[in-house]
Write a protein that binds this ligand. Sequence first.
Ligand SMILES: [Zn+2]
Length: 433
Amino acid sequence: MLRIKRVPTVVSNYQKEEEDEAVRHVSGCGKNCLKSCCIQDAKLPLYAFKTVGKKDLSLPECKEQTVAFLDSLILGEWEDRVQRGLFRYDVTACETKVIPGEYGFIAQLNEGRHLKKRPTEFRVDKVLQPFDESKFNFTKVGQEEILLQFEASNDDGEVQFFPNAPIDVENSPSFVAINVSPIEYGHVLLIPRIFECLPQRIDHTNFLLALHMAAEAGNPYFRLGYNSLGAFATINHLHFQAYYLAVPFPIEMAPIKKIAKLNGGVKISKLLNYPVRGLVFEGGNTLEELSNTVSDACICLQNNNIPYNVLISDCGRQIFLLPQCYAEKQALGEVSTELLDTQVNPAVWEISGHMVLKRKKDFDEASEANAWRLLAEVSLSEERFQEVNDLIFQAITSGKLDLISQCPEENDAVTSNPRSSMMAGSKECLVLQ
Ligand SMILES: [Zn+2]
């Protein structure tokens, strides 16, 4: 069994030592917490997204010029928490630069993020671990860290908004909360069904919730990310991260090669010329169709104990799935001291090309070659990647390969991202059987 001392980033102010007992106030325990002592009278904004009519993915909804309501709601609430001084540092003061080169890697110097750290024993060799009430989890944060409740509308598919909705604990609300150690503007956490205390693992229902959030925000610069256990998740309580970054991520610009198309219309490609090997899922007749396919793939990785990261881009219409092995190599002593010394944990954002650096030296010396060298250590080998892909394809087709078309090995199946040229010029797939 491999065990590594991990140093998780503090994502909530309540993750700090709870040594100071708060002064008791008139109602509740005085901490304005999420437990039964304080939750009855609590009210939070509630955003209910429409689901009827199963959003047509071909609709041009991901536009920079239109400001979606959810988008402004999240940012308005986030700014309010800035004013209230809830963040551990001012992320807008962190230096950021685009690293010169072909790929446009983004480097951020974030020295504040890992100060006042608390070491935690964390197993890195198991992707699925049971929820542990004794460890930090999001039911321990204060109400002021929650921005809104996010759920499906029950009103005939219309978006609904209630600025002051009670919290119906019995109804398993999902919360959007601030990350008190933000890595970018508007950095939030989506915590599905928070009171059910789900461990960090993807399932169909909650992955779809994350896609809905991406679609409803409707902003191409707003991406959601997911880290499995063993792939640098630091808290074993189901959550997605999300933030705004107004440049393309290098992974979004990497060329891709179509390798299969499912009967439901979901297209699967693999990344080319990118340091981390991964799959790209797009299309599908509905958001749910796309969500189910990616969920099947994630569940397959979980069941096979393969750590992975997920990036949700293009308002939920493009999803990157990246199995990784960095923590495993780390535990086996196969990562160079030079890389270890940077203390960079290659989670979803780093893998996507947004390098969050902790040392001024690394920031000053940031280069495409350095970024590439780190990410290359994260990637599975070509051989292992192929094995893992075989597992994934078995899983998403339930072993029935006639549900899928596989593309011939032809150069013109290669397309460059972004999506402008995505559908152009690619040959029809051969249907197996
Ligand atoms: Zn309380």
